[in-house]
Design a protein around this ligand. Structure first.
Ligand SMILES: [Mg+2]
Length: 167
């Protein structure tokens, strides 16, 4: 069970992901969480470095799709700003959420990576389907009340996993 929660890569931020290495591994599609991964929870603005990061993806032959459990409007506005597809109210970690995103990306599981800040939604959902999973340190402490509760459990599991320092 614990192995379903172990990310393949642990990074301090989206910006630290070694894109060239992903590309070399045959990854073509990125399923990316929104809240506390791309921008702070319920924030609408995007940092310039983050926008630039999304612009760089195509030079590594990577496509991206936002996949969020958050409500529709904001997820879609940010997707439009970044010029990428966005799926809201996804119901992660359900498999259907990730299959939908892969359909949008046109990629198979072995060509797809998931990037997110939560073990029990992003990592668990991705691992179950055999996707390459990347856990990012959350951008901010502020979050949905339900998430804050889950973080308590997450902290225990993170200790068990002994991932070491994020990249
Ligand atoms: Mg998140």
């Amino acid at each position: 069970m614990l192995e379903y929660l172990r990310p393949d890569l642990y990074v301090r931020s989206l910006l630290r992901i070694p894109l060239e290495e992903l590309s070399r591994r045959g990854i073509r599609g990125l399923i990316i969480d929104l809240d506390n991964t791309v921008t702070e929870w319920n924030r609408l603005a995007l940092d310039l470095e983050v926008q630039e990061w999304f612009c760089r993806l195509s030079s590594y032959n990577l496509k991206a799709c936002l996949l969020s459990n958050n409500r529709r409007k904001r997820v879609h506005i940010i997707g439009q700003c970044l010029g990428i597809p966005a799926l809201s109210k996804a119901g992660k970690p359900r498999a259907a959420a990730f299959y939908r995103a892969m359909e949008v990306l046109g990629t198979r599981p072995e060509e797809t990576a998931v990037i997110g800040d939560q073990l029990f939604t992003d990592v668990l959902g991705g691992k179950r389907l055999g996707l390459y999973t990347i856990l990012a340190v959350p951008l901010d402490k502020r979050e949905f009340i339900g998430t804050r509760f889950i973080r308590l459990l997450e902290r225990v599991v993170l200790k068990w996993l002994a991932l070491g320092k994020p990249l």
